[in-house]
Design a protein around this ligand. Structure first.
Ligand code: RUQ
Ligand code: CUA
Length: 771
């Protein structure tokens, strides 16, 4: 099959190059190649990544947004960016951090009572079912302020942020257990646990400072982390780093590496050698082996664990006494620890070593059962000797960091930081298979579903720390570079460079796009952050403004129950009194795909993104009298610019009029008749489009069915406006009659717009004529 595909690609390229028979196409491709200096290899790479208009990607990658605190979604192999997901950082485009609903989510992420508007995101991880990515949720950690966020792949929105109750930094998160039972998050820089304000010096580092490893409980049904059902292992003040959860035979166990087990405390300004020297003087550091399954049972039975900071802490004594915690020396200053898809091997790469080390879980397990330890660390934790646990070590290159797995058995890829390359190697045979230079200094690397029990192979992405000369220079701060590599053959082939112009994306995880089933719209009136019906849900025709005052304080609150639909915001005028707290709740009545409305207002820091069905709210204090225009920020229809209104903030005791008396234009019966004639003609166009659609098997296309439903709604609104127009015409109020006739026409235009979209869709998807 693969061979066939390659044959096909080759023959396409050959014929495009005119190597067979000459054609017009061949000449032009050669011209382009010559003009742009492209080789045949380039053309082949282009053909492997180029995705024609309307085309889809086979995989979706969820990348950390680094210090910008979001997640970036892109497609593979096209490397086209599809979305930024606001996570720890406000993301105005999505109203994230601007609407009341998402502010509640960001509020969950307050640390020590402070609002944080950034995050240092590192490792995204998908939920898993039986060790496979299931496409339901993504987690990501914040290193600087130890937090984990939950993103729901139903709508690609952040739903929850939890703050670690103990740590003051955490790099090693998020890593999930095979059924998403737990999410692992390890501390990085040891510190006295949160809440301890007594220790304010580094004098008794070994006694006062601690590391740790939290197992956050995830409730897959609810899609939320349950802090009260989570537990944390107290660990020595080694700098715990990354983790991976066991699977298959190693299911129930977790593996966490560490650096600076020297417990060195720097102080270069006092003449002490710096951390970098003191933290790398020993030859080995420790891999921590934890039994989460047994720990969970003992905690549930109330046998171990004490409540600290409202969470469960397992002390080192308890962990040791119950055989829950062991150490194994591992190569100096390691970085990645990765469990093989079959769960039998644990690969560790030591940044300061040129080897990847392969540990054998069966050997580790045996050592634990036999109590075969070489000693204890200063905290009494048993140490399993390297020679007892090690399967082999393989020279992979200088500065190995992370490992990923292929769909092919025993094949792993390791990122080599110092040598700037990817090494492909066989961890069963212990031999290097291929090496590919990359540009430059690769950090993480990632294969398709490469963290799961069944990696999908095909592509590898190298997340390079430096871009240097890869792109047009844009000042001293360069983008990062994600390099796409074809791993389907024996030799790795570099295909594409994608600049990531947002922070340092540490890690990225990819999933088969077919596993994702994102929603097109919300059920009308949904608070998307809770997934529940919003108490502010408003239906068409039920819009209202409610003002309530507190007698004791004299303070007033105005709730605006509003709606949006192409192309008006109801209400179009909001009158409040200076000093009122104003809360504008908008429900987007649209059902049509991609018909999002926005809402922005002058000088109030208000910016909402209201997707079809969503209810979003903006609350502010109208503390200054004046006129505040508001409008829709998404170009939603031809009359999008007219999707506008005014907030009028009137001084206390204002006695002026609320009536609108000025008319910019006056209309006559002739104007009205002319408009009605246009409307009748427009109806003819609509009828012909409807004829086209209904003559085809449009019901086989859900997208078209949705468009037709929307068009029918719009026509219903048109009917209503038509009636209003006729009523005013009867009274001889030509201005209002004309206005409503125009609105009737507006609804017709929207109907036609939907109809034409449906028609184009049917044409492009080869719909069949049925009548
Ligand atoms: S990091 S380059 Cu995972 Cu934060 Cu390794
Ligand atoms: Cu709604 Cu523009």
């Amino acid at each position: 099959m693969k061979f066939m595909k390659r044959m096909m690609v080759t023959s396409i390229v050959t014929s495009l190059l005119g190597l067979t028979t000459g054609s017009v196409m061949a000449d032009s491709l050669q011209d382009v190649m010559k003009a742009r200096g492209l080789t045949e290899k380039d053309i082949l790479a282009a053909a492997k990544t180029y995705t024609p208009t309307g085309g889809r990607d086979e995989f979706l990658a969820f990348s950390s947004g680094g210090q910008s605190g979001q997640v970036i979604v892109y497609g593979i192999p096209s490397m086209r960016i599809l979305k930024y997901i606001g996570v720890f950082t406000p993301e105005p485009w999505q109203g994230y951090g601007f609407d009341d609903e998402s502010k509640e989510v960001l509020k969950q992420g307050r640390v020590e009572g402070k609002d944080l508007t950034y995050g240092d995101t590192h490792h995204p991880a998908f939920t898993e079912t039986k060790g496979e990515s299931d496409g339901k949720f993504v987690f990501i950690n914040d290193k600087a302020n130890p937090r984990i966020a939950v993103i729901d792949l139903h709508d690609f929105e952040t739903k929850q942020i939890v703050v670690n109750p103990f740590f003051r930094s955490s790099h090693g998160g998020a890593f999930v257990t095979p059924n998403s039972e737990y999410i692992m998050e390890a501390a990085q820089y040891a510190a006295p646990f949160v809440g301890n304000t007594e220790v304010v010096s580094l004098t008794n580092f070994n006694e006062d400072f601690r590391g740790g490893l939290t197992y956050w409980k995830f409730n897959t049904e609810e899609g939320r982390i349950k802090p009260d059902a989570s537990f944390t292992f107290e660990l020595p003040p080694y700098s715990q780093d990354l983790s991976d959860a066991g699977k298959g035979p190693s299911y129930g166990w977790g593996f966490t590496n560490s650096f600076c087990t020297e417990r060195y405390v720097g102080g270069i300004e006092k003449g002490r050698p710096p951390y970098e020297a003191g933290c790398s003087s020993k030859d080995t550091d420790f891999m921590h082996v934890t039994n989460w399954k047994k720990a969970a049972e003992l905690v549930a039975a109330g046998k171990i664990g004490k409540k600290v900071n409202g969470s469960t802490l397992i002390t080192m004594e308890q962990a040791v006494a119950n055989d829950l915690l062991f150490l194994i020396p591992e190569p100096k200053s390691p970085h990645g620890v990765d469990v093989s898809p079959d769960g039998t091997k644990i690969l560790v790469a030591g940044k300061l070593d040129s080897h990847a080390w392969v540990f054998d879980f069966a050997k580790i397990e045996k050592a634990i059962t036999d109590k075969n330890f070489e000693g204890k660390d200063p905290y009494g934790i048993p140490i399993i000797a390297i020679k007892t646990a090690l399967d082999k070590s393989v020279a992979v290159g200088l500065g190995p960091l992370h490992n990923q797995f292929d769909s092919k058995k025993c094949v792993a890829y390791t990122s080599i930081y110092v040598d700037s390359m990817i090494t492909k190697w066989d961890y069963c045979e212990g031999k290097v298979l291929d090496q590919l230079p990359i540009h430059y200094n690769v950090g993480h690397l990632m294969t398709m579903e490469g963290d799961t029990v069944s990696p999908k192979g095909k592509y590898l992405v190298a997340l390079n720390k430096l871009a240097i000369d890869r792109f047009n220079p844009v000042g001293p701060l360069h983008p990062q570079n994600h390099q796409l590599i074809d791993i389907s053959g024996e030799k790795m082939v570099l295909l594409y460079d994608m600049p990531i112009p947002l922070g340092e994306p540490h890690y990225v995880a990819a999933i088969q796009a077919s596993k994702l089933k994102p929603a097109v719209r919300y059920k009308s009136g949904t608070n998307s952050r809770t997934g529940k019906k919003s108490k502010w849900k408003t239906r068409a025709g039920r819009e209202k403004i409610v003002r309530k005052c507190d007698e004791a304080t004299g303070k007033c609150r105005v709730d605006v129950y509003g709606t949006t639909i192409r192309s008006h915001i109801t209400p179009e005028t909001i009158e409040v009194t200076e000093g009122d707290t104003v809360s504008i709740h908008l429900t987007n009545l649209e059902r049509a795909e991609d018909e999002t409305h926005g809402f922005a207002m002058y000088a109030q820091n208000v910016q909402l993104s209201i997707e079809p069905g969503k209810t979003a709210s903006a609350t502010f204090v109208a503390d200054k009298a004046g006129v505040y225009p508001y409008y829709c920020t998404e170009f939603c229809s031809a009359l999008h610019l007219e999707m506008q209104g005014y907030l009028l903030v009137q001084p206390k005791g204002y006695k002026g009029s609320s009536e609108i008396t000025s008319e910019g234009q006056t209309y006559t019966k002739a104007d009205y008749d002319k408009q009605v004639k246009t409307n009748i003609e427009t109806q003819g166009v609509i009828d012909s489009v409807v004829g086209f659609i209904t003559a085809r098997n449009f019901k086989d296309f859900p997208e078209v069915v949705a468009l037709v439903e929307d068009a029918t709604d719009q026509l219903g609104f048109a009917e209503d406006s038509k009636k209003k127009a006729a009523d005013f015409a009867e009274k001889g109020d030509w201005n209002k009659a004309m206005g409503w006739a125009n609105q009737w026409w507006q609804y017709q235009v929207k109907t036609a717009d939907m109809g034409l979209r449906a028609k184009t869709y049917l044409e492009e998807h080869d719909a069949k004529v049925v009548k």
